[in-house]
Design a protein around this ligand. Structure first.
Ligand code: MN
Ligand code: MN
Length: 470
């Protein structure tokens, strides 16, 4: 009987797909590597809360590793490390490979914008002797989650003389922070009848920025709190109210990345989506110590959360132009290079959450601690708006990850017709590039505080590493 069981167990092991927790498939050294990798990632998260700051942080890493700004027509050879900064909001870096460029590039594409509250162009107003900023939220948020938490303010202001002021308030321990107030439960009887999505409305996301009036020779004047704020801003930055019109100011959660759990197995932070893939793809790129076979191109893009439109988003041609420019350096057509290229669209997936089990299909969703997630297709309502990777390309990626002992899983975003979402995969695939989504499962995605597993983060790094070396 026991012998029978042993045989059936063996057969099961042979025929069933493994869905084991990654911990059981790793040794102590590998687990330690995951935990160590997380330390630098947390620093990146804290230093790069906006797309502009992510570009700055990326530039620092690239320059340190010997990457040089690419000038079109400057000539390229194998081993050259280059980057192109797109308006300070998106960045492409590349390492020229040893194989001819027409054999295609290995492309990783992640995004560095995250959901947040953007200031409107006329943000500042006073109401009942309190000063506020009006906001327009950016990306898909559950608005109620953005009340009653500390917010920091990041961005730039272009003054009337054309000079630029950089703003970053609320990150230093000694800085003030800001917040959106919510209604006390005692008086929330009417508010509680609203639907969850209307619990806090878009025009209620007003950020408190001050409450003390300007005091001028004991005279009471109107809008004195607003005046006081503008006076502080004038003294600090030399700006006046009309300078907000040419500004991009973003409010993001003021808290820092932290370990989660008694076992410290997870990281909680703002902006894992999609810094957890941007950082790992970037790190995989700069950590290459030999000239890669294929030219490696890693793009960290902007505007994914609002649909990828605009000149810093991947619906624009900036990535295509970059590949075309590189191809021309070798006398080849960009078209030929793109057709032969492969891409990992590096973006997060929704991790199964037992608290909300009903929206996931357990056989086809991703789980934390089961490795990096390979997603064949995204989209909604009958795969609409997706790039459905071919079985052949899934096969290529699958065999690569398995042969390099990268722990991975497959998963799609929730149950059919439960909702859905997309990534930049479709826009890259539309350039006639083989593309598939590969990324880290995230809990509480798009919340001010998202959660990922340290193991999955490290496995994303490993997946991008083996892919760009292939
Ligand atoms: Mn994303
Ligand atoms: Mn997102």
């Amino acid at each position: 009987m026991s012998e029978e069981k042993k045989k059936s167990e063996q057969l099961k092991e042979k025929l069933f797909a493994s869905k084991k927790n990654a911990v059981y498939r790793m040794n102590c050294d590998e687990l330690k590597a995951c935990d160590e990798f997380a330390e630098d990632y947390k620093k990146f998260l804290d230093n790069a809360k906006t797309e502009r700051e992510a570009v700055e942080a990326t530039l620092n890493i690239l320059k340190e590793k010997g990457f040089k700004e690419y000038k079109i027509g400057s000539g390229l050879k194998a081993g050259d490390k280059i980057y192109q900064n797109n308006r300070g909001k998106a960045i492409i870096c590349a390492i020229i490979g040893s194989e001819p460029i027409e054999t295609g590039v290995r492309l990783c594409a992640a995004h560095i914008d995250s959901p947040r509250l953007d200031m409107k162009q006329n943000p500042l107003y006073e109401d009942c002797e309190m000063a506020f900023f009006k906001t327009h939220y950016y990306g898909g948020i559950k608005k109620y989650q953005w009340t009653a938490i500390p917010l920091s303010l990041h961005g730039i202001i272009i003054k009337s003389d054309g000079s630029k002021v950089t703003v970053k308030i609320g990150e230093d321990e000694n800085d003030p922070v800001f917040c959106v107030n919510d209604l006390l439960p005692h008086l929330a009887t009417e508010q509680s009848k609203r639907t969850l999505s209307e619990g806090i409305k878009g025009e209620e996301l007003n950020i408190v920025i001050g409450s003390r009036p300007f005091k001028f020779e004991d005279d009471e004047i109107s809008d004195a709190v607003k005046l006081n704020i503008l006076n502080i801003l004038y003294e600090k930055y030399g700006i006046t109210e009309s300078d907000f019109i040419s500004a991009e100011l973003e409010a993001v959660p003021a808290f820092k990345a932290k370990d989660i759990g008694f076992d410290r197995s997870m990281i909680g932070s703002y902006g894992h989506d999609d810094r957890v893939c941007a950082y790992t793809a970037l790190k995989a790129t700069v950590d290459i110590d030999e000239i890669p076979k294929h030219t490696v191109v890693t793009v960290l893009t902007d505007k994914e959360e609002t649909g990828s439109d605009g000149n810093t988003g991947l619906c624009s041609s900036y990535l295509k132009y970059f590949i075309e420019d590189i191809a021309e350096e070798f006398g080849k057509s960009g078209r030929a290079v793109m057709t032969a290229s492969q891409c990992l669209s590096a973006d997060v997936n929704a991790a199964f959450d037992p608290n909300f089990a009903g929206v996931y299909e357990r056989n086809n969703c991703s789980y934390i601690n089961k490795g990096v997630c390979v997603t064949k297709y995204t989209g909604a309502r009958g795969k609409s708006g997706t790039s459905d990777a071919s079985a052949e390309f899934v096969g290529t990626v699958r065999n690569l990850l398995d042969s390099e002992n990268v722990i991975w899983q497959t998963g799609e975003l929730g149950k059919v017709d439960m909702g859905g979402g997309g990534t930049v995969a479709a826009y890259i695939a539309n350039l006639n590039i083989d593309t598939i989504d590969v990324g880290v499962p995230v809990l509480s995605m798009h919340a001010p505080f998202e959660v990922v597993s340290k193991i999955d983060t490290y496995m994303a790094y490993r997946a991008f590493s083996v892919f760009i070396k292939s």
